[in-house]
Design a protein around this ligand. Structure first.
Ligand SMILES: Nc1ncnc2c1ncn2[C@@H]1O[C@H](COP(=O)(O)OP(=O)(O)OP(=O)(O)O)[C@@H](O)[C@H]1O
Ligand SMILES: [Mg+2]
Length: 354
């Protein structure tokens, strides 16, 4: 058990700066999810913490011990990658015990750990099999078991589930959450999956171009994104964004003259107005109380809910509707925008304004 401090970490590969001044403090037991577009530096950060790469500057402190210059094997960190290479010629039990063997842990203790870990991951019945005799999900479990066997102070997961099919991902996601609840090991988890990020993280860090955009609880990120990038990155389907101008008395008007709401501030300001699909509601074309007018352009039923794209003239808005579709393409509709649902951003910097 340990807390982790990343202090002023930066990293360049030759002239290319990949990470800029990363400062993160993880209290003991935290499950931090790291998200961001491809190439933003997520794996680089994980590799630095694991010791597979050297930082160009900054310190890494785990459980009060500065490990910046410590060899990877001596860091007490376990890492699970997307491409979890198991040793093909070893059984599951041997795979799990291998890192312990390397560290000279006695046979009896190794066996005890294999038993403990395999019971936790429900793979006891697979211990004598070889990796090729396992399904993808089972293999991933073994990889996690091998990482767990070291009783690490810190767990690093770099997109561990992205090779699995959708159903298995959901199962393994719950498994990883249960595992964390049970072991309480401080964890950093990289994913591209929205739902994984929201459901697993005690906090989420959003990274873009090597810079942390926001680090907050899933709820804070979702309800008060610090900038337009975070707003568009968190939430699926993505938040709707429109350019608007603030008129006298705060009216926010879209480019085609429609009013989308109001907000205090200087008259004449240009803003980006964001509103999430789930905050909008579909109304009949004659509903005078709904602010926006448009035409349904596309309907996407998913079963429990339906997403409808409504062409507003200034762009399309995604509107979430509960249940099966009750509108069809070509239909004239209105869209209700609740007054409290607007997120306002500066068009130039993208910074949140409200
Ligand atoms: N050894 C290296 N030498 C030079 N450039 C590198 C090296 N490793 C990574 N990079 C560059 O650093 C940037 C960050 O890469 P990184 O692998 O950390 O991204 P990522 O956020 O993990 O992306 P993905 O989501 O695609 O896995 C990329 O532009 C990548 O090309
Ligand atoms: Mg990566």
């Amino acid at each position: 058990m340990a807390d982790l401090k990343l202090q002023g970490i930066h990293k360049s590969f030759g002239p290319t700066k990949v990470l800029h001044e990363i400062d993160i403090a993880l209290p003991d037991g935290e499950f931090l999810v790291l998200v961001g577009p491809s190439g933003c530096g997520k794996s680089t950060l994980m590799n630095l913490v694991a010791g597979l790469e050297e930082p160009s500057g900054g310190r890494i402190v785990l459980g009060g011990r500065d490990i910046t210059d410590v060899e990877p094997a001596d860091r007490n960190i376990s890492m699970v990658f997307q491409s979890y290479a198991l040793y093909p010629n070893m059984t599951v039990a041997q795979n799990i015990a291998f890192p312990l063997e390397m560290r000279g842990v006695p046979e009896a203790e190794r066996q005890k750990t294999v038993k403990e870990v395999s019971s936790m991951l429900q793979i006891e019945h697979l211990l004598e099999r070889k990796p090729r005799q396992l399904s993808g999900g089972q293999r991933q479990r073994v990889a996690i078991g091998r990482a767990l066997a070291r009783h690490p102070q810190l767990f690093l997961f770099d997109e561990p589930l992205s090779n699995l099919d959708a159903k298995l991902r959901v199962d393994m996601r719950a498994e990883i959450k249960r595992l964390h609840m049970r072991t309480g090991v401080t964890t950093i988890y990289v994913t591209h999956d929205q739902v994984e990020a929201m459901t697993l993280g005690t906090r989420i860090a959003v990274l873009k171009d090597g810079l942390i955009q926001q680090l907050a609880t899933p709820l804070e990120l979702y309800s008060r994104p610090a900038n337009r990038f975070v707003a568009e990155f968190i939430g699926s389907p993505s938040i709707n964004c429109f350019e608007a101008v603030r008129e006298a008395s705060g009216t926010l008007r879209l480019a085609d003259g429609q009013v989308i709401g109001s907000a205090a501030g200087a008259t004449g300001d240009k803003l980006i107005v964001g509103v999430r699909p789930e905050d909008l509601s579909m109304r009949p074309a004659n509903d005078e109380n709904a602010l926006l007018k448009g035409t349904v352009s596309l309907v996407e039923p998913t079963g429990p809910e339906t997403y409808a794209l409504v062409d507003l003239g200034v762009g399309e808005a995604t509107v979430r509707m509960g249940g099966l579709p009750s509108v069809e393409p070509g239909q004239a509709v209105r869209v209700h925008v609740p007054p409290g649902a607007l997120h306002l951003f500066d068009p130039a910097s993208g910074k949140r304004l409200n």
